[in-house]
Design a protein around this ligand. Structure first.
Ligand code: SF4
Length: 414
């Protein structure tokens, strides 16, 4: 028997942040997540999360946990605050305030996309919202990525199937090209495809840019298909180049990231082009946005000097790996931490406040379970294209992350 339904819920299972989900609640459990893909259904689960509070592995009161957390963090000489996933921007903002107060280093899941972020800082951007891509793009080039695995509804909601101004018949009016780079393949159902050897990828992008700019390039046989694609792009009305911003099968070479940006920028002379960078879920784009808004920098920020400084080569993984950090505060779900960060946290006294904190593999000194943003808590989250979306909770969790992190911040004093 259905207790109630909650419409227009935002899923944070991936960076698509689909906000058309209807949650069916039965006896305080999620019984159905309508419109969600398999990844989203798994992300919502049945909505139950642990509600434990532990100090040194033993059940404790929240009061004791916060006192111990404050003692541990204020006693540290080189504290680190890490913004993890599944918390709202409002909670992340409290985390930044804590880092400021502690003169701590602060980093986040956004650092997993550091290569693309740094490329944008060096070269600028040629981006668009997913809504603009949906309305305008008539040629979509999937560069070494098939979104169906990690971003399942990207095609159906934004870039492939939906009807738009430039594609009144949806998929029929769009041309999809898959660029396969080594084993990183584009979608199987593309209208055309070309294969590029990983060693030729950056050169191919540079030759494509030169072609778009009308410069004559020697047409070696191995670059001929790339040159042909570049010419085809200049004839489109609006090109979307889709690339994966998260680590995985594609190269993290900064030259590759910059070449994708500069090709997209060059295409804005003869036609229009947006680079659509796919990002993971859990509001990691929100961590990037909140840190930028509060400090001026998107990740790897250090308050050690009393003001924020940007240390992109000395993010959380590097600081932890070098043994510099003597206490850490993780805000968010520890399950999604990058492996080097989670592994190094096992060697440091830590506090974790967030969803499934008590299940952290690195055994924090203080663990406070809290609700999941978008399931138990409202607030704001950012989609992969930096569009903020409201979160609509389906039911209350045992403890709100925002209230708990704020209580810790107040305990740390002015
Ligand atoms: S595509 Fe991503 S955001 Fe949309 S329902 Fe699936 S997991 Fe959730």
């Amino acid at each position: 028997m259905i207790d109630r339904t909650v419409a227009n819920v935002t899923c944070l299972g991936c960076g698509c942040a689909c906000d058309d989900i209807t949650i069916v609640v039965t006896q305080d459990r999620i019984a159905e997540a309508r419109n969600a893909c398999a990844l989203g259904i798994a992300w919502f689960g049945d909505g139950t999360v642990p509600a434990e509070t532990r100090v040194n592995g033993r059940t404790a009161s929240l009061e004791r946990a916060l006192t111990e957390a404050a003692r541990l963090l204020t006693g540290a000489t080189r504290p680190l605050v890490y913004l993890a996933g599944d918390v709202s921007c409002e909670t992340l903002r409290e985390g930044v305030a804590i880092a400021d107060r502690l003169h701590a280093a602060i980093d986040s899941l956004a650092a997993t996309a550091a290569t693309a972020v740094l490329a944008a800082q060096r070269r600028g951007r040629a981006g668009a919202t997913l809504g603009e891509i949906r309305q305008r793009a008539d040629l979509v080039v999937f560069w070494a990525v098939d979104p169906s695995a990690r971003y399942p509804r990207y095609g159906s909601r934004y870039a492939v199937a939906p009807r738009g101004v430039a594609a009144p018949q949806g998929r029929k009016d769009r041309t999809l090209i898959a660029v396969d780079v080594g084993e990183a393949l584009g979608p199987a159902d593309a209208d055309g495809r070309l294969a590029i050897a990983p060693a030729d990828e950056v050169d191919s992008l540079e030759i494509m840019r030169a072609t778009v700019q009308g410069r004559t390039v020697g047409e070696e046989a191995r670059f001929r298909a790339a040159v042909e694609l570049a010419r085809r792009m200049t004839e489109a009305r609006y090109v979307a180049i889709v690339t994966d911003g998260e680590p995985g099968t594609t190269s993290a070479d900064p030259a590759r990231a910059e070449a994708l940006v500069t090709l997209s920028q060059a295409l804005n002379a003869p036609t229009r082009c947006a680079l659509s960078t796919l990002r993971g879920g859990g509001n990691r784009s929100g961590a990037d946005a909140v840190l930028t808004w509060q400090t001026g920098f998107p990740f790897a920020v250090d308050f050690a000097r009393g003001y924020p400084s940007y240390q992109p080569q000395a993010g959380a993984a590097a600081l932890l790996g070098a043994g510099e950090v003597d206490a850490a505060l993780v805000i968010g779900a520890p399950a999604a931490l990058p492996v080097p960060v989670a592994t190094a946290l096992a060697r440091v006294r830590s506090v974790v406040i967030g969803p499934r904190a008590s299940a952290a593999t690195f055994q924090p000194a203080v663990a406070v379970d809290a609700g999941v943003a978008g399931i138990h808590e409202g607030g704001t989250a950012f989609r992969m294209d930096d569009v903020p979306l409201p979160l609509r909770p389906s039911f209350e969790g045992a403890r709100a992350a925002l209230v708990t992190v704020r209580a810790l911040r107040e305990r740390l004093g002015p």
